[in-house]
Design a protein around this ligand. Sequence first.
Ligand code: UFG
Length: 327
Amino acid sequence: MSILVLGGAGYIGSHTVYALCEQGRDVVVIDNLATGHIESVHPKAKFYKGDIGDKEFLNDVFKKENIEAAIHFAAFSLVGESVEKPLKYYENNLSKTRVLLEAMVENNIDKIVFSSTAATYGEPERVPIMESDRTEPTNPYGETKLAMEKMFKWTGKAHGLRYVSLRYFNACGAYKDGNIGEDHNPESHLIPLILQVPNGKREFISIFGNDYPTSDGTCIRDYIHVSDLAQAHILALEYLEKGGESDIFNLGNGVGFSVREVIETARKVTGHPIPAKETARRAGDPAQLIASSEKAKTVLGWKPCHDSLEEIISSAWNWHKNHPDGF
Ligand code: UFG
């Protein structure tokens, strides 16, 4: 039987497809290529171009393929854009996932692993953040992901579907051979933006805010390697296959690095001076986001392997320096 990966041409989706194919699993990818890249789809995966909001298309794929479970990455993920265009996020993330769930229920596919986010927490009550902490998103992106989690919960209760929701902190890094990696347009994430400087695409990196209540005044984040995230999806899938109950897990290294520390490490890795300019805060950025991933470690047996920031940035640099224009 096959694993269906929705959004398998995106950043985290494509890395998960690589990990599944390496394991010898049969993989079917659906992606509308709105933000994904066909070049990032593993050659062994079967690819269908289409939209998860198109039920006829989904039913057709479900008829042709013998799907055991789904892993769902197909969503928009730009925080700033979600504030400007909330309905675009409700439509794409929430409404289309409703169609996907309808099709799954009708076709008796009862397991789904879901790509969620630390943005479901909003401004944290405390760090490290636990899964049981308050969820009060500060933007429509986080709201739609939280609403999707709730849609899984209630669909599960009514129709017997089981889900695992994985709340990632700051995904980064690239696949070990450097052939697939992060390629967003527009790019808004810190590490790829920093690496645009040594790549000659940007003159300096902006530091958004220097007056946060942190050790050096800049925001602290928990950077987690995309291959460790991919591994967590496989473990979540195996957990559901063994009959595990629906649940939610944080995924992070449990260690925070400030914006200045990330820039300094990138200077070390690339050997480039990477000039930085301090600018105003970016609206909606919490001072610190650090995960407690104890639950994923205990219940899923997850063990992130890439916990050094230097290793993470080296792996990202290995991708970006060889693909300065992305795919
Ligand atoms: N930053 C800069 N300069 C830049 C870009 C970012 O200083 O040019 C700072 C940000 O202010 C933030 C940190 O670097 O403090 C990390 O920013 P990213 O945009 O890379 O990541 P975020 O922490 O904002 O976003 C991540 C995920 C989102 C998720 C969010 C939850 O990428 O999907 O955490 O708050 F929604």
